[in-house]
Every structure is written in C-alpha cells, then in structure tokens.
Write a protein that binds this ligand. Structure first.
Ligand code: NAP
Length: 361
C-alpha cells in the first residue's frame, strides 16, 4: 500500500481538533498552563528531517517508506545519519551536524543498544552514553529552533512489576527490570526532558514506544541480536548444516512483534500528525501477541526448514509476557493494517538469505 494512501485512510475522527486534544491531555498531566510557541521557530515551508540512527533497523525502514513508498512530500529533504556523520556522544560533533543540515524536524533513533549480557555487565555505560546522546540531540535541537523532535523509547523500559496491558501512563510507575536499568532510566529521561522543554519553552518534542521490532537490516547475531532475527539466523544455519534448531527456554513466553516497515510508516505519521508531548505506544494489537514457539514455527516455514525444533528448558525464559496496549494508537488510527506476522517474517527471512554476506551477524 502506498504510504500516502494508507495514512489518509487511517486518521480517525477523534483527530478533528488535535490542538485541544493535545492541550487538554497535557494540562491534565501537569496542571501547568501551556506556554506560547515561539513565533520565530514556526516552520511553514517543507520539512527538512534529520534522522539520527538512520543506518540501523528502524532508520533503514523509514528510509524505505520515505524514498520507495512515496512517504516524502514535494520539497522535503530527508537526511539519514550514522556514526560516520557524527558521534552524537560528542556535543561538538552533534552541533556541527545540526549546523550542516539545519533540520526543521528530527527523528531521534540513535542509541547505544546491546544484548542482555552486555546490558547486565555495563549498566553504567548504557546509562551515561544514552543520557549524553539524548541530551546532546535534544538540547542542540532546542538551541537551533527545531520545530519537532520525535525520539524513540522502548517497551522494555516499563516497570518490572506491573499490571497488563501496559500503557503510556505507566512508564514511571516503578523500577525497570534489573538487567537493563541503565538503558531504561536514560530512555525514561527523554520523556521527562520532553515535558520540561514543552513546559519551559513550548517545544513539541515527543516520543514513541515500539514493542519488539524486526525486519531487514536488523542485528541477526545469535548471541546479541533481537529474538526473532537471532532465531532466523539460527534456523538458517541449522538448515545449511543439517542440524536441529535449539530454542532457549520453553518457547512459552509471548511477545508483540512489529515489522520495521509498519513501524516506519507509523513514525512518519507521528512526525506529521501526532501533536501530543506524551508518548505513544506503536504496537500490534494485544491479541496478535504470539509465543516464541509459534514464532519459530513461522520462521521454519519461511526458510523451508524441515528439521527438528527443540527447546532447551534448562535455560531461562525471561519475562513470560510484556503485553502493551495500543488503544491510544487505535484511537488515532483505527484502521491501520499491520503486515501479517507470517508475511513479515517471510519477507525478513528472504532479505536475510539474499543479504547474508553483508547482514549484521
Ligand atoms: N529494535 C528494537 O526491537 C527496538 C525496540 C524498541 C525501541 N528501539 C529503539 O529504536 C531506536 C533504533 O533502534 P534500532 O533497532 O534501529 O537500532 P540499531 O539497528 O542498532 O541502530 C542504531 C543506530 O544508532 C546509531 N548510533 C549508535 N551510537 C551512536 C552514536 N554515538 N552517534 C551516532 N549514532 C549512533 C547507529 O549508527 P551506526 O550504524 O553508524 O553504528 C545506528 O544507526 C533505538 O533508540 C532503540 O532504543 C528498538
């Protein structure tokens, strides 16, 4: 589906007066009067969008939506950054790249991310690096009059002990899981900064909360990759070596997976249309949550793997579920159609096999 077609069909009737919706929501949250927007910063021409982390899984998906699916509108400029353009840990390099491109809008995806083991070992690095990257990007955007910044949180930053489904109001309601508290608190601070930039300066900086993302350009590393992409790599290896696939744990935990291209389409919608400062969860429906066992069977199907799938139940399962509510998203976009999981897994497996030599493994 063309992006433009898809988005115009999807905007729900509740969005008839976004300003009132946005302000009432914010005021309810903070009980502070909304400050006036700075006249000098109101951007009326076509957007110039800077995407930090533009070379990663999510950045590449946005690039596809923008350049291949008609997501880019006439006169717009989209710039996709990687560490080669600027190390955003460094405030001088951050300012220089903002000076160079003078963006009107920023999609901030860049982050220090890693597998479970690295998170557990290096909570301090994940905390400090992400705090620095986020502060450099948000403060530079503010100083240079960027109209809107959309930053990326993650559903793994929610409190460890919680009720389900989790929703956007629950981010700060308790401690995150011990394994990745450094990354989680740094990400939570983005929401705090967004509220403060709005309260003090009227900035419309917001955040999205995706669930488990997968797709082309993912990290397929078996030890450090995300669960689906690591399983794809494992299954492909097992197929070529004629061995069984061994899945860690019982296969019972359930997860909501979002295809990176669906996320890319939703991010472009958020950038153009979503006016709240409060974050929004971008996820498939609760009933679309699947078990790891179901997911690995879909991967086996997609890769035409006929061997045995076994479960190493001596290994931990992790959290049994992390169900997130997409009710807020559905209020805005009741008709958004997510790519069926089996189809998205097939597309990702096909991409992985075709790009095996260059993929992150
Ligand atoms: N993947 C998921 O399941 C998931 C779920 C929820 C939220 N998120 C969030 O979504 C965002 C994007 O994730 P992703 O999966 O696309 O990550 P990714 O594939 O690992 O990409 C990370 C991106 O950040 C850039 N980067 C890292 N450190 C940087 C630095 N110091 N300076 C400049 N750029 C830097 C990388 O550049 P290089 O390519 O040059 O290294 C890369 O473009 C992150 O904020 C992540 O926390 C991801």
């Amino acid at each position: 589906m063309m992006w433009t077609h898809c988005v115009f069909q999807l905007i729900g009737p509740i969005y008839s007066n976004p300003e009132i919706y946005f302000l009432s929501n914010f005021l309810h949250h903070s009980e502070q009067p909304a400050p006036k927007k700075m006249e000098s910063d109101i951007n009326t021409g076509p957007m110039r969008v800077l995407v930090t982390g533009g070379s990663g899984l999510v950045g590449k998906a946005i690039e596809h939506v923008v350049l291949q699916e008609g997501g880019k509108l006439e006169g717009e400029e989209w710039i996709f950054l990687s560490t080669k353009d600027a190390d955003l840990l460094d405030v001088g390099q951050t300012r220089a790249v903002f000076e160079k491109y003078r963006p009107t809008h920023v999609i901030h995806l860049a982050a220090k991310v890693g597998g479970l083991f690295l998170h557990m070992k290096e909570n301090m690095h994940f905390l400090r690096d992400n705090l620095r990257i986020n502060d450099n990007v948000l403060q530079t955007a503010h100083e240079m009059g960027v109209t809107k910044v959309l930053s990326c949180l993650s559903s793994c930053i929610f409190p460890d002990k919680t009720t389900y489904p989790i929703d956007e109001t629950m981010i700060h309601n308790g401690q995150p899981h011990d394994s990745n508290f450094g990354y989680s608190y740094a990400k939570r601070m983005i929401d705090v900064q967004n509220r403060a930039y709005f309260q003090q300066f009227g900035r419309r900086y917001t955040a999205i909360i995706p669930t488990n993302v997968f797709g082309p350009y993912d990290n397929f590393n078996i030890e450090n990759g995300h669960v689906l992409s690591a399983l794809m790599n494992k299954t492909y290896k097992a197929k070529t070596e004629g061995t069984p696939v061994t899945v860690c744990g019982t296969g019972a935990p359930r997860r909501q997976f979002i295809y990176s291209l669906d996320l890319g389409r939703l991010i472009v919608w958020v950038l153009r249309e979503y006016e709240e400062i409060a974050p929004i969860i971008l996820s498939v429906n609760e009933e679309d949550e699947v078990s790891i066992k179901e997911a690995v069977e879909m991967i086996a199907d997609a890769l035409d793997f006929k061997g045995k799938i076994q479960f190493d139940t001596t290994l931990p399962d992790g959290q049994m579920k992390k169900t997130a509510s997409n009710a807020k998203l559905r209020r805005y976009l009741p008709n958004f159609t997510f790519t069926p999981l089996q189809e998205a897994i097939k597309k990702t497996c096909d991409w992985f096999v075709a790009n095996y030599d260059t993929a992150r493994t």
